[in-house]
Design a protein around this ligand. Structure first.
Ligand code: SAM
Length: 209
């Protein structure tokens, strides 16, 4: 029973930040003051970071220490921790919440600098009031040709009004324009609590600077 109510509390706390009721500044404030974030989104309940790291592992089976990775919406560094467990080392973090990034910094898993990357990963960054769809083109721009973009998100968030028709329509449009090519689209169970997630893995063909 203890677990059920903890799950419910975590689910409702998370529902608020993705509700569409908060503007961008309020969302960042929300993350800045979300002290129990790591408890609420602990592995087992929120599995986006594991799904994201496993997807990257599938794309880069060797020379992992040389793969330059940008973690977009890195938060407190859950994805970084999962990547380090899998022997990735060159990981940079990007997030608008200073307080989330401070927690990530303490983990000593990220290095900084701005680059073009072999891999850009985003776990849990897309949803109401979060990353706009236009960022996908930026992901392509900062990924080296031949590199990989991994997006892991709640499946139902593909269809929120601010993503217009559907976030996936834009992904397909970029494929039709020859910017990238889909190498994986998997639906996974228990992405967050009982919600399904979707894992996208795209190979970048042209950076379109
Ligand atoms: C649910 S957390 C996911 C954190 C981490 N990727 C993980 O999987 O644990 C969402 C993160 O998105 C960040 N975020 C919100 N709006 C954003 C935006 N417009 N651009 C980039 N990051 C954003 C928040 O600060 C927060 O750290």
């Amino acid at each position: 029973m203890e677990n059920v109510s903890e799950d419910t509390k975590a689910f409702l706390t998370t529902a608020k930040v993705y509700s569409g009721e908060l503007d961008k500044v309020q969302i960042i404030d929300y993350y800045n003051t979300w002290d129990d974030y790591e408890k609420d989104l602990q592995p087992g309940r929120y599995n986006g970071p594991v799904f994201a790291a496993e997807a990257i592992d599938r794309s880069f089976p060797s020379h992992k220490d040389q793969v330059l990775i940008l973690d977009v919406a890195a938060g407190t560094g859950f994805v970084g921790e999962e990547l380090v467990k899998r022997n990735f080392k060159e990981i940079h973090a990007l997030d608008p919440s200073a307080s989330m990034l401070m927690k990530a910094k303490k983990k000593n898993v990220y290095k900084k600098f701005l680059y073009t990357y072999h891999c850009v990963v985003c776990s849990g960054g897309f949803g109401s009031g979060h990353i706009p769809s236009g960022a996908l083109k930026e992901f392509i721009r900062i990924t080296k040709p031949g590199g990989v973009v991994v997006v892991v998100m709640r499946e139902e968030f593909l269809n929120i009004p601010e993503y217009g028709d559907n976030l996936e329509t834009l992904m397909k449009q970029f494929q039709n324009e020859g910017l990238w090519m889909c190498i994986e689209r998997s639906v996974v169970q228990k992405y967050f609590c009982e919600k399904t997630g979707v894992i996208f893995r795209y190979r970048v063909l042209h950076r379109h600077l």
